[in-house]
Design a protein around this ligand. Structure first.
Ligand code: ASP
Length: 497
């Protein structure tokens, strides 16, 4: 029987999910209903048109009426359904029971099913990171070798993120998506409180010194887990001898089991991706892009330039690898990043693709990828820079001066380091940059509508950059090893499905 390769299955699932979702949104995205919920004295008139929900509530006893709206682009409305649920739980309950369009119902159901796939990935991610990092470090044979690995990785992270930001800034200044467009400015409130940049970075530093490493593991705090595991690995090497051997063997064994488990989960990736795509597109549709199309295109073009030119050039000339083949090898991870919008959730796939499909040693991938998923986010950095400049263009009716753009670039870099590898983390971190250049945070409202799709794109770029970094560092490490050979360690080389 013909069995398609995994990356084809995932690609087909991505496209099928998007096409069905958009079609549903187009033809089954509107729904209007009036009813009197049993056991209440209310009369509800609900109009669900996917991106905007309007609910008229009549209290039949008092005759009082209320008009509730959920619309991310309108300053007077609830930005999300979650906000409606928190403030009006009773109304939300009836909306879910009787007021949803078919597109939204399918979207919600597929969201729940796609969520199961994400749970599976999250289930393996913490043990996989720990086992992978430990077997990688203990396989180094000597703690000193970690220094050069760290140095190279840090240089790669910083330089590619800066390149991404510069690309974004160039395009946003060239296209000027926020000038001369009919976008309603929503900046009329005062600045809400939000942590400053120094505070956020200090929190990162604190996260690197977990007061309770087991709690960090239980809560899935990646940065704390990585730093403690690194220390544990380094000290294992420093202790050396029989102890180090035992620890290495134990973690090597756990790593092999976790890798097998990950590969089994990856077999359901096409289904998970199909569900996630369906849920994203069924509720979003294409209408949201209308007023924001230039902004959307600017981010997209800048991301494309970074992913299709800058990173492949680095891959070709520094890592000496064929970008096409490498992208092919990493494609299951890249497509999963796209559909899940989470670098952290994708990490198990990224690790296994890098090792099993791209042939990168566990020693390098186990170090570069988990750290990259947490702190190296080229796509997010680029997006932050473009979004803030776009908001400034809409708000001031002019581009930000050059000096302010430098501030945006630096804060975008640091904010991307601080952003977690989860959906919409970049949007949350943007508050820091807006504050740095004195823009009102409410202005973020204007870009909310298209954030999910941009999140999917930037997350793929984040994972692509981590993967390219892995190849670059692996190459640099190998050429160094040619002068001072490293002890090799066994790797599993089962064929990837
Ligand atoms: N979703 C992104 C990631 O996981 C972070 C972001 O929101 O930009 O990499």
């Amino acid at each position: 029987m013909l069995r398609l390769a995994l990356h084809w299955q995932i690609l087909i699932a991505t496209i099928a999910g998007a096409v069905v979702g958009v079609a549903l949104n187009r033809w089954a995205g509107e729904y209007a209903v009036q009813f009197e919920p049993p056991g209440t004295h209310l009369r509800l008139a609900i109009h669900d048109s996917t991106n905007r929900i309007e609910i008229d509530v009549l209290d039949r006893r008092t005759g009082e009426t209320r008009h509730l709206v959920v619309d991310p682009t309108s300053p007077e409305a609830f930005p999300t359904l979650g906000d409606l649920a928190a403030t009006e739980p009773e109304i939300y309950k009836w909306f879910r029971r009787r007021g949803r369009s078919l597109a939204r119902r399918v979207g919600d159901a597929s969201h729940a099913l796609g969520g199961l796939f994400l749970r599976m990935l999250k289930m393996v991610s913490v043990p996989l990171i720990i086992a992978s990092l430990m077997s990688g470090i203990t396989g180094l044979g000597h703690a000193r070798r970690l220094g050069s690995l760290f140095g190279r990785t840090a240089v790669y992270y910083a330089s590619t993120s800066l390149l991404a930001i510069v690309t974004g800034l160039m395009l946003v200044n060239l296209i000027r998506p926020g000038l001369g467009k009919a976008l309603a400015a929503v900046a009329d409130g005062k600045l809400p409180e939000s942590a400053g940049l120094g505070e956020v970075l200090f929190q990162q530093l604190e996260a690197m010194i977990p007061s309770n490493p087991l709690a960090a593991v239980a809560q899935g705090q990646f940065l704390s887990i990585i730093s403690f595991t690194l220390l544990f690995g380094i000290f294992t090497l420093l202790v050396g001898g029989r102890t180090a051997e035992i620890i290495r063997d134990v973690f090597q064994a756990i790593f092999e089991v976790m890798m097998r488990m990950t590969m089994a989960i990856i077999r359901v990736a096409p289904f998970g991706v199909l569900m996630l795509m369906l849920s994203a597109t069924a509720t979003l549709g294409l209408r949201v892009f209308g007023p924001l199309s230039w902004y959307f295109l600017t981010v997209l073009c800048a991301l494309a330039i970074h992913a299709v030119f800058t990173l492949p050039l680095i891959l070709r000339f520094v890592a000496h690898r064929s970008p096409w083949q490498f992208a092919h090898a990493m494609s299951p991870a890249l497509l999963t990043a796209f559909s899940s919008a989470s670098s952290n959730a994708t990490l198990p796939l990224t690790l296994s693709c890098a090792e099993k499909r791209a042939g990168i040693s566990n020693r390098v991938s186990s170090f570069v990828l988990p750290l990259g998923a947490t702190i190296n986010m080229d796509g997010t950095a680029l997006y932050e820079a473009v979004a803030v400049l776009f908001i400034a263009q809409v708000h001031f009716g002019a581009s930000l001066p050059f000096s302010q753009q430098i501030i945006v670039a630096i804060t975008a870099l640091l904010a991307s380091v601080g952003a977690a590898g989860i959906p919409h983390a970049g949007l949350v971190m943007m508050a820091i940059i807006l504050q740095a250049v004195g823009l009102p945070l409410e202005m973020q409202g204007i870009i909310l509508a298209v954030d999910r799709v941009l999140d999917m794109c930037r997350t793929s770029v984040n994972v692509w950059s981590d993967s390219c970094g892995c190849a670059v560092v692996a190459r640099l490490e190998t050429s160094r090893a040619a002068h001072a050979p490293l002890p090799t360690r066994a790797t599993t080389d089962d064929a990837f499905p």
